[in-house]
Design a protein around this ligand. Structure first.
Ligand code: PEP
Length: 251
């Protein structure tokens, strides 16, 4: 039985004061929810949110992490800094990091190894562009991102890893993959993971869907066999939308 995991990626939104106030409201609204929940504030907002959520079951995630331990990497934030600040989950390989900041599978893989070394849970994001989907490359792209992203990771470490399937064309566009299309992609990801680590790792892997998840589509998505959670961008920024997503109607 896979426990649903819903994470909100705040992207470059929420100042420390806004994040503090919002996290307090969220905590109040989501007490006793049977779903695993995380929020990923911008780096500078993390300490304020950790302070508010320190006694909450809502976890604090980071949206990114450096690919080095420390040193002359201007503008980067190290694993030790995130650990010390109270972060427990790191999101790696988000499509905006890949497309806007040139993160390759190799960089994502280096970050993932560092994150595991520092005992973070990881959300590894994968997903195809519209062009890749339309040219029949969906499976090739997903397989490459999974195999390269997880290179050198052993099966025991897989319990710390969640995969987020986020078709790039559905992120922030209002277009959602149909539940069937998303489920097919998730099933394929599970098959790739089974090829790497065997059936039991693949069956316990949590695979989130991301891409314009909203209160109106979350239940249909979550009803699918291989969809175990959601990575939510825009709709994670208001209580009106994020609360009903987290408390979706389980069918
Ligand atoms: C995301 O950024 O991970 C995301 C899925 O964004 P949105 O929900 O806004 O499409």
């Amino acid at each position: 039985m896979r426990k649903p995991f819903i994470a909100g990626n705040w992207k470059m939104n929420m100042t420390p004061s806004e994040g503090r106030a919002f996290a307090a409201e969220l905590d109040k609204a989501l007490k006793h929810t049977p779903v695993r929940i995380a929020v990923a504030p911008p780096f500078i907002t993390i300490p304020a949110v950790v302070e508010v959520l320190k006694h909450s079951s809502i976890q604090v995630a980071s949206q990114n992490m450096a690919d080095h331990e420390s040193g002359a990497y201007t503008g980067e934030v190290s694993p030790a800094m995130l650990k010390d600040a109270g972060v427990s989950v790191v999101i790696l390989g988000h499509s905006e990091r890949r497309s806007l900041y040139g993160e390759t599978d190799a960089v994502v893989n280096a970050k993932l190894h560092l994150a595991l070394k520092h005992e973070f849970d990881v959300i590894l994001c994968v997903g195809e562009t519209l062009e890749e989907r339309e040219s029949g490359k969906l499976e090739e792209v997903l397989k490459r991102q999974i195999v390269e992203g997880l290179k050198g990771v052993n099966g025991h470490a897989m319990s710390a890893i969640t995969v987020a399937y986020e078709p790039v064309w559905a992120i922030g566009t209002g277009k959602t993959a149909t539940p069937q299309d998303a489920n097919d992609a998730h099933a394929f990801i599970r098959t790739v993971v089974e090829g790497l680590y065997g059936k039991s790792v693949a069956e316990s892997l949590i695979i989130q869907y991301g891409g314009s998840v909203k209160p109106s589509n979350v239940s249909d998505l979550m009803a699918m066999e291989h969809i175990d959670g959601a990575l939510v961008g825009g709709a994670s920024l208001t209580l009106e939308q994020f609360v009903p997503i987290v408390t979706f109607d389980a069918r």
